[in-house]
Ligand binder design. Sequence first.
Ligand code: MOS
Length: 750
Amino acid sequence: MSQPTLPHTQAEIGRPRRRIVGVQKVTGQATYAAEYTPDDLLYGYVVNATITRGTITGIDERAAREIEGVVEIIHHLRRPKLGYFDMQYSDIDAPPGSPFRPFYDAEIQFAEQPIALVVAETFEAARYAASLVEVTYDKAPFDVDLHKNLDTARKPKKGIDSILKPMPPDDYGDFDGAYAAASATYEGEVYHRSQHHNPLEMHATITVYEADGKLTIYDKTQGTTNSQIYISGVFGMKMSDVRVIAPFVGGGFGSGLRPQYQLVMSVMAALHLQRNVCVQLDREQMYTFGHRPETLQRLRFGASADGKLTAVSHEAFAETSRFEDYHEAVVNHAGMLYPVENVHLEYKLVPLDRYSPLDMRAPGGLTGVLAVETVMDQLADQLGMDPLAFRLKNYTTTDVSSGKPYSSKELRACYEQAAERFGWDQRKPTGKHPQRGNRLVGHGMASGIWDAIMLPAKATARLTTEGKLLIQCALNDCGQGAYTVMSQIAADELGLPFEDVTFEYADSKLDASPVQGGSFTTGVVGSAVKAACFALKDKIFHLAQILDGFPLGDALLPDVTFTGGEIVLNADPSVRIPFTDIIAFNKGKALEVSKTNVPNPFKIKKYARNSHAASFVEVEVDAQLGVVYVTRAVTAVAAGRIMNPQTARSQILGGMVWGIGMALREETLLDRQLGKFMNTNLAEYHIPVHADIGELDVIFVEEKDEIINDLGVKGLGEVGTISMAPAIANAIFNATGKVMTQFPVKLGDL
Ligand code: MOS
């Protein structure tokens, strides 16, 4: 007799799926932070300082107060009492130091510092009145010049954020000796200015002052939990009295990792006036808080005649503010990518009269690897080696800088598959390239590396009374597809069709979530969702074991399969228990489990944990004008298991576009005399547009990782940016023979 076969539920993990909120977003139905419409909403408009450093000596609000609809003007002289903690706040992404405190005192510490908030019945009235606030100052001298202050560079202080952004390891081997003995050496500088995130949605917060004095806050943030903790701390409120909601985020790129000043202002005004207040920044004000730090790097690499990298010195000097040591891992990567034994690393900060920098799209990694990978090509050139052959010659499965083996590393497969797809064998030596019309053609490649970070996270799984699954977590998503992927993970764990899973998210009253960032969301929150679903499964099974008549006999959990909303006995698939039977047995009540997933340090600490990528790029360079076109590019990524190939591909495409931005477009220009950024608008701050994008291709290589987490996921996004930017620079070198050392590359460099 043939056994009935197990019904096959389509595996969700690995299946391409559109984002569940995609239609809402593209049809304008998604509600962003500034778009909520509570009753009696007031609008706050921020007044920014017009000096770069000094003291406010007076604020004349008379003209502003005469504007119809103006309700209140808040500044350091009229700052509401805040409660026990009085601005002693923290946020989980804060660097060491003392965060900027809006309206704290009369001191101006950086250009465009927010100094007052005009609150009015309409946005227009608030904005107009803000323009009428007259502020007088005592100006003080300031210095915003990185290059001129390199002699003040010092090591950053360590902080809680150093867990995510490790300081460079101590020097190892003998760099000086090895460099002196090297057959081929290259010494160079790489420099880029500050850059800004420029998400499409500008930062905004609506604070709803509830009748009982509790707050419901719609915030532009990458972490509802983080904003909740921050506001509770600043205003001395109970966590349970502060609820932060942010289901849609119109782009983050790191700008929403830290709570921004519009949040504290909106809450301050709402508490003070006991009314609902919206504070929205305008596009220009989006340039008044964090940015990728201007960074100067000095590199000296040495290799033996047969192409072994023998000596690496990597030094970086980055801007920070006077009040915080924003730092990132810039110089750590050469020793992780290549098995070089003599290494000197130095990472120093130059405090300036500027606002603190902030994580932006692969912070540190993009800056550092851009330098490492362009220098690698210069060494390859000197050795007369093909750039890919040079990297393969220096391939390693161990992170020599820490002495740990990689938990998994399929970078070699990335190189091979992307090279094949790209047609790397067609590459001509530098300077020997054909022209297409008046354009020089060049091919370049580069490696990428990014951390696979694991953190604790919590999620709740509930079997509803209909026998369906509800997942809950405070996680919110800038658009990468996290909601969809979490639902896929849950569906597979419980054997339910995707349609039977609902994910409730982006509300701080749900289980605490880390910020969405660092490419760690799928690994971190996904693991919590999986753990919660597994615990729920266990709970369901325990009830199934004691059902009337004991249909499962003495079967244990491994002896059954959860599929199609039923528990099926493996030994006799005709025995099936629908989830709805379990609910009925539970007297019609839902079953719920919350679970915190804490990564096992004993397991993961023995390994280096990183995702990898390789990009191959073709550029055309206009021989007369110097304009660079990225005509086509292939990026191969090794990031563990790919949960959803469609959203994953989109993430890497986005990363590649930002790589083009880094290499060719993005910089915020600082006037050193005025101490302020000048191109603070989307017309003059150049990001890649459609016309800048050629043919982009993404490959995911197979990579099995049994160490990193139960899902085998490392995370995606940033790694695709990292390899792209240096590959473009290397392709330009191949086309023109000119070494790119300043980014973005400009017409005058070519
Ligand atoms: Mo990303 S810079 O971790 O938001």
